[in-house]
Design a protein around this ligand. Sequence first.
Ligand SMILES: *[C@@H]1O[C@H](CO)[C@@H](O)[C@H](O)[C@H]1NC(C)=O
Ligand SMILES: *[C@@H]1O[C@H](CO)[C@@H](O)[C@H](O)[C@H]1NC(C)=O
Ligand SMILES: *[C@@H]1O[C@H](CO)[C@@H](O)[C@H](O)[C@H]1NC(C)=O
Ligand SMILES: *[C@@H]1O[C@H](CO)[C@@H](O)[C@H](O)[C@H]1NC(C)=O
Length: 486
Amino acid sequence: MIVSGFYGFHGFCTILVLLSVLSSISILCWSHSSVSYYFREPRPESGVGPGPSHPTDLLTFPLAWNHLSFPSNPPQKLLKIALFVKKWPDRRHAGGLERHALTLHLALAKRGHELHIFTTSSSASNFSFPKYPYGNLLFHLSKPTGGGYLDQALVWEQFRAQNSTERPFDVIHTESVSLMHTRSRNISNLAVSWHGIAYESIHSDIIQELLRAPDEHPANRLTERSLKVVEEIKFFQNYAHHVATSDHVGDILKRIYMIPDDRVHVILNGVDEHVFKPDRQKGQDFRSNFGIPPSKSLILGMAGRLVKDKGHPLMFEALKQLFVENSTFRETVAVLVAGDGPWGARYKDLGPNLIILGPLQQGQLARFYNAIDIFMNPTLRAQGLDHTLLEAVLSGKPLMATKLASITGSVIMGKEVGYTFSPTVDSLKKCLYEVWEDGRGVLEQKGLVARERGINVFTATKMAAAYERLFLCISNGKKNQEYCKY
Ligand SMILES: *[C@@H]1O[C@H](CO)[C@@H](O)[C@H](O)[C@H]1NC(C)=O
Ligand SMILES: *[C@@H]1O[C@H](CO)[C@@H](O)[C@H](O)[C@H]1NC(C)=O
Ligand SMILES: *[C@@H]1O[C@H](CO)[C@@H](O)[C@H](O)[C@H]1NC(C)=O
Ligand SMILES: *[C@@H]1O[C@H](CO)[C@@H](O)[C@H](O)[C@H]1NC(C)=O
């Protein structure tokens, strides 16, 4: 066996990876050396793999594509892309799926691709559809069905009209089931991004059932959800390529949903790194604007929808008990809460330690992250990667979040970037105590590590480059083309 001296252990791993059919051995090697060695290094050109004659097949690449470095210049081949998305976000209200669609497709339009977005017109009468300064970003609106979905027959007509011009679409992207499986069948140049699948949601159902008050009706969720998983396993096959937005979901799609490895690709969500970045001064200004006294030595932050399934009842109870139990904790801790929902008003009952900010515009939100010492997300929804976690990481803040597999598998992978807790009041209290005792200095260290790691993985640029490459790769439906190699 020839082991190049230059590559040393890494070279050995490469050879193992290439030779080994035992994926367990390969993955061990990959995770020990490849991520840090091969993929963090800037790579001048694509197609130059670990050994030039043995480039990596991207379609079977087991890790998140965000770890790879793709050229920053737009590709020679510009694509005509169809996007199906149920709802296009207005500036004020956007859930994870919509924000993902917005960030990704604006980035692709900036790079010169021609985007046709098939989405619903808003039913709100005074809603003005946002305008963007790109001639290559085209919207095809249609009236939503009664359930708020895309009218499949209608959008398909719109799609076909665009596809039968002299330039047919190179690739089709659907955010979740916006384009239904009955339409996606047999289209090889199609990718679907999942932002929550039923198997993952079973964990949420279990948590909700455990937290159910004795006088509340038991929900039949768990039985229903298992049947939903079976249903999904059947119809997911009708989508040619699948993008998992967390490592955990990638694993489920391959293992439980039985989708072949070369049709499942992990591309983690990314957020705008030009908006979300460390800025000490802005953080201080934000604190003084809201009159936070210097006696507060720990500032906790939360953002997002302030609803039950984001874990706010748990957080409320944990904070309430801590404030009663420990007066020092009460005197030294402040909690900033951004977002809207019924728990915004309820948090006010906890007294002046809770500062309720309401929903924030993106720029304000960026300042908010800079003002806090740690970002907390007590979500009970096991569904992909929450954008707020990634925004906090790029802002250089450590995290504290529920032990859900997508979070522990892709973001809070260890103590060095944050804390995780089980969704119970006791576990959450313990975690809050730990954070408080560790204090600002330790948290700053963790924030630095989180930022350093995040900037290589969770940026919008990284995400868009990975999707672009996937789209280039599948656009001709042939596997053995240049764009599918790394
Ligand atoms: C316009 O929309 C806003 C928020 O979406 C709403 O509060 C307001 O009442 C609407 N105004 C009219 C005239 O419909
Ligand atoms: C789009 O048009 C091309 C060229 O006519 C055709 O090969 C392709 O099947 C069409 N795509 C769909 C999804 O109908
Ligand atoms: C789609 O593929 C299935 C199975 O390969 C085949 O039975 C069916 O006829 C195809 N449908 C169309 C519309 O091409
Ligand atoms: C609060 O907790 C800290 C750390 O556990 C402890 O040292 C302190 O005595 C407690 N203070 C009160 C008032 O209970």
